[in-house]
Write a protein that binds this ligand. Structure first.
Ligand code: 5GP
Length: 194
C-alpha cells in the first residue's frame, strides 16, 4: 500500500486560480504527475494538445467510453471531459503521485472507485472575486461566463463531499496546504489507519 503513489483529486470552479496553485505545487513536488484529461472542448488560445488536454472529437470520446478507457468522465457546460485510466494506474503503481484537476461529478466517481484518493475542493475567496477573475480573463463570451458562474455556485454547494476544503486566498499558501495534505495522507496510508 505505502509503495503506491497518492491519487490527488482537486476540484475548483473555473477561474478560481487552480492552474496557478497547481503550477506552484509542481514546483514544490517535482515527482507529482499531472494527469492530462481528454476533452471535446475546443482549445483556448495558448492551450496545447497533449499538454493541457488531449483535444478529441465527440466520436472518439464516446468510443473511449465504450472501451472503458476512462477512470471517470463527465459532461460539463456542453462538453465531455475524462481521465484516461491506463496512464494514471501505471503511475500510481510505480509509486508516483498523480494529480487530477476534475469537476465534482468526476471527483465523486473517483472517490467511490478509489477510496484512498485525497479529495480537495479549492474555493475562491468569494463569488464576487470569481466573477471578476472570469470576466477579466476574457477567454469566454459573456453568456459562457454567466453559465460558468452558475456552475461554480452549484459546485461550491457540494464542497462538503470532499475530504478537505482549501481557500485559494493566496497561491503559495494554498499550494503549501495541499502539499501538507498529501504528506499527511501518505503517512496515514503507510500507518494503515485509512
Ligand atoms: P475548463 O474547460 O475550464 O478547462 O474545465 C472545465 C471543468 O472541467 C473544470 O472544472 C475542470 O476541472 C474539469 N475537468 C477537466 N478535466 C476533467 C476530467 O478529466 N474529468 C472531469 N470530470 N472534469 C474535468
Amino acid at each position: 500500500m505505502s509503495d503506491r503513489g497518492i491519487l490527488i483529486v482537486v476540484s475548483a470552479p473555473s477561474g478560481c486560480g487552480k492552474t496557478s496553485v497547481l503550477a506552484r505545487l509542481m514546483q514544490m513536488r517535482t515527482t507529482l504527475h499531472f494527469s492530462v484529461s481528454a476533452t471535446t472542448r475546443k482549445p483556448r488560445e495558448g492551450e496545447k494538445d497533449g499538454i493541457h488536454y488531449m483535444f478529441i472529437t465527440r466520436d472518439v470520446f464516446e468510443w473511449m467510453i465504450r472501451e472503458n478507457a476512462f477512470l471517470e468522465y463527465a459532461e460539463y457546460v456542453g462538453n465531455y471531459y475524462g481521465t484516461p485510466r491506463a496512464a494514471v494506474e501505471q503511475q500510481l503503481r510505480s509509486g508516483q503521485d498523480v494529480y487530477l484537476d476534475i469537476e465534482v461529478n468526476g471527483a465523486m466517481q473517483v472517490k467511490s472507485k478509489c477510496p484512498d484518493a485525497l479529495t480537495v475542493f479549492l474555493m475562491p475567496p468569494s463569488m464576487e472575486e470569481l466573477e471578476r477573475r472570469l470576466t477579466f480573463r476574457g477567454t469566454e463570451a459573456p453568456e459562457v461566463v454567466q453559465k460558468r458562474l452558475r456552475e461554480a455556485e452549484r459546485e461550491c454547494s457540494q464542497r462538503d463531499k470532499y475530504d478537505y476544503i482549501v481557500v485559494n486566498d493566496e497561491i503559495d499558501r494554498a499550494a503549501e496546504e495541499i502539499s501538507r495534505l498529501i504528506d499527511e495522507t501518505r503517512a496515514r496510508l503507510s500507518a494503515g489507519t485509512v
